[in-house]
Design a protein around this ligand. Structure first.
Ligand SMILES: [Zn+2]
Length: 129
């Protein structure tokens, strides 16, 4: 089950069948369609948004991912370059968050979807991962 969730999250696939695309654009850096997900799965017809505002909760996931990125960079800089200045730290953190932002935003939505939609093998009969 976990491998199906991880596959869905990182490949941006449908959480139920792992077949259909989740987003309008498979590239999270397509800024015109950033975070725009399809209405339903093209393979299993799962409706991705069961109610209005369903993905507001993904903000909490996005916040957690941002904190994880922040702490990872801070620890890496502290270990690799202990004499850093605060300006250097904030510049690197700011650039990293801006660069990683669209990817983390997309990731937060697929993680949120995987919390509520479970993988179902019946929708994925002829495929093996
Ligand atoms: Zn599907």
């Amino acid at each position: 089950m976990l491998k199906h969730s991880l596959y869905s999250i990182f490949k941006f696939k449908c959480p139920r069948c792992n077949q259909g695309e989740f987003f309008e654009s498979s590239n999270p850096y397509n800024l015109k369609k950033v975070g725009d997900f399809k209405e339903k799965c093209s393979h299993c017809d799962l409706k991705y948004s069961p109610e209005p505002g369903f993905y507001y909760g993904a903000m909490y996931v996005s916040y957690g991912l941002g904190i994880a990125l922040f702490v990872s960079i801070w620890v890496a800089i502290t270990v690799l370059h202990p004499n850093y200045s605060l300006n250097q730290l904030f510049t690197i953190l700011g650039v990293s968050l801006v660069v990683a932002g669209p990817y983390l935003y997309a990731l937060s939505k697929t993680i949120w979807a995987n919390l509520f939609f479970k993988y179902d093998d019946n929708f994925n009969k002829n495929q093996s991962l």
